[in-house]
Design a protein around this ligand. Structure first.
Ligand code: SF4
Length: 222
């Protein structure tokens, strides 16, 4: 784990306060010298269970998409914009009079993303990746502010990114002096709900592979 031990007890936002007993925030996972960093949105139930990003169905999806264009997930570092599961609860009254509570994922709040920004920033600074791939709108906005995924997906951007102020209780950002290579993709899960994105996503993945070759990042090519 790249992050310090105190990370494991973080309760800076509402999602941390709602973690289940025994669970910790989910740190990024992968090689500490990885050249490519992949950033998703937030952990779900499976990720909280195993304390690793992109597990279960989401992980399988991601592996398939990457391997499909000859990219190796094991050579990347994978993290999320936030590190505790954002969820909503639904109560259902059963015939026997008991109440069943089910949890479903929801996007993280802006407050949670800003609260978790320091942890992501720490991982980016320690890793200094040659390429950052964002999956979906949440990590894109976390790094680049109000950019629209529909306008920038599938393109290599060389840009300043938002970094959090260093004060512990601050949730403000400043723009980095350094420029980063950022490649935005739709979130693979979005394709399940929006079938029209399937071909777009595959085309973006092909462009990603081409970009990786142009940047000469050979470590992630199968
Ligand atoms: S989501 Fe991030 S900021 Fe919020 S409690 Fe979890 S680790 Fe802390």
């Amino acid at each position: 784990m790249l992050l310090p031990e105190k990370f494991l007890t973080c309760v800076r936002c509402e999602d941390g306060l709602r973690r289940e007993e025994g669970q910790t925030p989910v740190p990024g996972y992968g090689l500490s010298n990885a050249e490519v960093m992949l950033i998703g949105e937030s952990p779900g139930a499976e990720e909280m269970k195993y304390a690793r990003p992109f597990q279960g169905k989401a992980g399988e999806n991601l592996n398939q998409f990457l391997a499909g264009v000859g990219l190796n997930r094991d050579q990347m570092y994978i993290a999320n914009a936030t590190r505790c599961r954002p969820y909503k609860e639904k109560e259902t009254l059963l015939k026997n009079g008991t109440v069943r509570i089910t949890k479903s994922n929801r996007p993280p709040s802006k407050h949670a993303v800003a609260s978790c920004a320091a942890w992501l920033d720490m991982e980016i600074q320690l890793l200094a990746p040659k390429l950052i791939i964002t999956l979906g709108s949440t990590p894109l906005k976390r790094l680049l502010g109000e950019r629209s995924i529909s306008e920038v997906h599938g393109n290599l951007l060389t840009v300043s990114i938002q970094r959090p102020e260093t004060k512990e209780d601050s949730r403000e950002f400043f723009w980095s002096d350094e420029l980063y290579h950022v490649f935005p993709l739709y979130h693979p899960a979005a394709i399940i709900y929006r079938r029209e994105l399937k071909e777009v996503f595959h085309e973006d993945m092909r462009k990603l592979r081409q970009t990786i070759e142009e940047l000469k990042i050979t470590s992630v090519i199968l």
